[in-house]
Design a binder for this molecule. Structure first.
Ligand code: ADP
Ligand code: MG
Length: 357
C-alpha cells in the first residue's frame, strides 16, 4: 500500500489538486450565482419636483423595494415642502412672498445649509449660477410655455433683483437685501433630492438603485455584482430617451445634465431655452448645448451642470475640474469634450458627434 502511494504520489497529488480546484471553482460560481439571484429589481415611475421621477431598486424581495419606494417618495415630498416654488406654502415660497428687505427670514437648518453652498458656487462662478434667479425666470416664463422674447426693459428690471451679493445667510435664516427678490432651487433641487435619497438608502437593506429625477440621476450601490452602472446621457439633438453616449460609473455618484433642449421656444429661427445667464438676462448663448457633471455630491453635480452651461466650454471645464468633479461638454458643432477622469468611462453611441481628445 505504502509502496503504491510512493509510486503514484505525483499522480495522486495531481488528481487531488484537480478535484480540489474544480470544487473551488464550482462552488465559487454557485455562490456568485446565488448572490446574483438574491437581488431583484423593481422599477417605479412617477413625477416629483415638476418632472419625471423613475426609481429602479435592487433588493432582496419586492416587499423591501416597495417599502423603500414609499420612503423615497416621502423623502422627496418633505424636501419639496422646504424648497419648492411650486408649493405655495413651502419654506422658500413663503420666504419669497413675505420677506422684509434687510430683515432675517427664518429658514430651517437644512435649507440654510444648501443655500450656503449655492452662494459659495455663485461667488466662485462670478454669478453664472445665482440662487436668486427667480425674477428673471418669471419674466421669461419658459417653464409656463412662454414663447416670446420679453421686452428689454422687463429683463433689465428683473435683473435688478438678481444679485447674489444681496443674499446673506445667518444662523437662523436668510437676509435678502433687495426688493422683489426671490430664491429659486430650480437648478439645485433635483441634485439635493439625490443626496437625501442616497442618505436614506444607506439606512436600508437595498443593494443598489438608480433614481432619476429630471436631469439628475443617482447611481447608488450596485446590482449585487460589484460592477459599474451604465448611465445613458440624453442626445441633445435627438428624441427624448435617445442617448448620445454612456457613462460607466461606480455607485454613489450623481450625474446631472443641463441642456438647451429641455425647455425652449424658437423665435425668428433662434432658440431661447431655460438656462439663463445672469450677466445678460438672456439664455446662455456660448456654443454649448449640453453639460453633464458627475460628482459624489448631488447638489454640486446639479448646480455645476447649470453653472458650467452658463460659463461656457473653457471656463466651465476649468472650474468643474477645480471642484473635483468630472464632466462632459457638448457644443453646437457636436464636438464632445470629456474630463480626464471620464475619458475611459464614456462611450460615444450617437452618429454625427466627434469626441475631442
Ligand atoms: P433641469 O431643470 O432641466 O434639470 P437645470 O438643473 O439646469 O435643468 O435647471 C434649470 C432651472 O434652473 C431653470 O428652470 C431655472 O429655474 C433655474 N436657472 C436657470 N438659469 C439659472 C442660473 N444661471 N442660475 C441658477 N438657476 C438657474
Ligand atoms: Mg442643474
Amino acid at each position: 500500500m505504502i509502496r503504491f502511494f510512493a509510486k503514484y504520489r505525483h499522480l495522486i497529488t495531481a488528481v487531488v489538486a484537480f478535484v480540489f480546484i474544480g470544487a473551488m471553482v464550482y462552488f465559487g460560481v454557485r455562490m456568485n450565482r446565488l448572490r446574483d439571484m438574491d437581488v431583484q429589481s423593481e422599477t417605479y415611475a412617477g413625477t416629483a419636483m415638476g418632472t419625471a421621477l423613475k426609481k429602479t431598486i435592487y433588493a432582496e424581495d419586492i416587499n423591501q423595494s416597495d417599502q423603500v419606494n414609499k420612503q423615497i417618495d416621502d423623502c422627496i415630498g418633505s424636501l419639496e415642502k422646504q424648497i419648492s416654488i411650486r408649493i405655495a406654502d413651502s419654506e422658500i415660497s413663503k420666504c419669497n412672498a413675505n420677506y422684509a428687505v434687510d430683515g432675517i427670514y427664518p429658514l430651517s437648518p437644512n435649507v440654510l445649509k444648501y443655500l450656503k453652498r449655492e452662494i459659495q458656487i455663485s461667488e466662485e462662478t462670478d454669478g453664472a449660477y445665482s440662487p436668486c434667479i427667480r425674477p428673471l425666470v418669471d419674466v421669461w416664463k419658459i417653464e409656463e410655455h412662454g414663447n416670446v422674447v420679453p421686452e428689454p426693459n422687463a429683463i433689465e428690471d428683473a435683473l435688478k433683483a438678481v444679485n447674489t451679493d444681496d443674499v446673506e445667510v445667518v444662523d437662523t435664516g436668510v437676509i435678502l437685501h433687495g426688493e422683489n427678490m426671490a430664491l429659486d432651487f430650480g437648478a439645485s433641487g433635483k441634485g439635493i433630492a439625490c443626496d437625501e435619497v442616497a442618505e436614506l438608502l444607506k439606512n436600508t437593506q437595498v443593494q443598489g438603485a438608480v433614481i432619476s429625477i429630471g436631469g439628475s440621476i443617482l447611481a447608488y450601490g450596485n446590482k449585487g455584482d460589484n460592477k459599474d452602472w451604465h448611465i445613458g446621457i440624453q442626445d441633445p439633438r435627438d428624441k427624448d430617451g435617445e442617448v448620445v453616449g454612456i457613462i460607466d460609473t461606480e455607485g454613489n455618484k450623481i450625474i446631472s445634465t443641463s441642456g438647451d433642449y429641455e425647455k425652449y421656444f424658437e423665435q425668428d429661427g433662434k432658440r431661447y431655452h431655460h438656462i439663463l445667464d445672469p450677466a445678460t438676462g438672456y439664455p446662455a448663448d456660448n456654443g454649448l448645448i449640453s453639460v453633464t457633471v458627475v460628482s459624489s455630491s448631488g447638489i454640486d453635480s446639479d448646480i455645476l451642470s447649470t453653472a458650467c452651461f452658463v460659463m461656457g466650454l473653457e471656463n466651465g471645464l476649468k472650474y468643474v475640474q477645480e471642484k473635483g468633479a468630472e464632466a462632459i461638454f457638448i457644443t453646437a458643432q457636436k464636438k464632445i469634450y470629456v474630463t480626464d477622469g471620464l475619458r475611459k468611462k464614456f462611450r460615444l453611441k450617437a452618429d454625427g458627434y466627434e469626441l475631442v481628445k
